[in-house]
Design a protein around this ligand. Sequence first.
Ligand code: IZC
Ligand code: ZN
Length: 414
Amino acid sequence: MRKLILKNIDELVTCRGYAPKSGKDMMEIDIIKDGCILTCDDRIEFVGTTIEAAFKYDFNIGEVIDCTGSAVIPGFVDSHTHFIFGGYRADEFALRLQGASYMDIMKIGGGILNTVRKTRAAAKEELIALGNERLDSMLHFGVTTVEGKSGYGLDLETEIKQLEVMKYLNDTHMVDVVSTFLGPHSIADEYKGRADEFIDYIINDVMPVVKEKKLAEFADIFCEKGVFDIEQSKTYFKAAGDMGFSLKIHADEIVQLGGAELAAEMGAKSADHLLNVSEKGIDDMAEKGTIATLLPATAFSLKEKYANARHMIDRGCAVALATDYNPGSCPTNSIPLVIALAALYMNMRIEEIITALTINGAAAIGRENEIGSIQAGKKADILILKYPSINYLPYNIGINIVKSVIKNGQIINN
Ligand code: IZC
Ligand code: ZN
């Protein structure tokens, strides 16, 4: 048995809990001063003060890390990304810098369909190599579990290829990967002008194969003006729910369509983006426990207004934060950027930001019993920071202050 002892932790933030935290409870992160953690193999065995631990254990049983001068928090859960893709869209980004909008580019055949062409053309090995690199980078930012979406295939072969790449990475890379099927990400070229038929194709020909091969837990849809409407989203959700998938939705990002209301009505685990969500959508999510996953780096990259996190929390929603890393609307996986934007432009308190990136992120991917907090029995996914308090997280604007990552009880030093 491999034991690890983290002692003399200035601020041990446990985020204790087995459920998403909503409203005022997002402030409850449970800080232990002079904290101590004991891990055994890939699990947490003890959490308390260093004095309590010294009474209970002989510290010679394992490797001891003196965390004097450090705050310690749970590993980050990035619960919304599109990290498996071929090619890049730097030229489109340059067009956006000259004033073109994300939707302008999509209308002329760029955007998601540009990445679809490159992902269809990419060999599996190539996507695995890129995926490895990207997971390494996430781990460096303290991300110990990531959600990844398909949706750059829009055909059976490539959707399966993307999901198989994620499964392989989950099996081989230290970072845990939770997969989401996003067949209805855009209307495939072959189905141009025939969105309903494309949804039927996804439901009848692709989704059952994903299910049979056990390649995804979640099903997601890009519900947006000019992409898929509410009716199509509902049809897709019904079929996905019947097949046993948990549901997610890209909702009310650019235009207010009522995606949040639909998510709450259909019992979706999360509704994501929500820049233009309605008041009713917010109240429905709060009432039904649909997690509001906010993606500030995307709003930043698109020069859009930020989602109204403050109002959502004040109305009782459970908010999660994620990067949305993808080659188009958000070509960054930077957790420090997300923290800075949430603190400075979304008026979230640092405690709420930590909750949103840990236990609420975990809950958004159905892992709240396994990860997202530091407590006995959960996975030993832990971050040691370079500074003694969580106040240094928003203060170090855009700077990674993760000193060491403990993943499955193994230490990785930055
Ligand atoms: O590739 O542009 N919004 N999906 C929905 C994306 C952005 C990813 C992309
Ligand atoms: Zn997305």
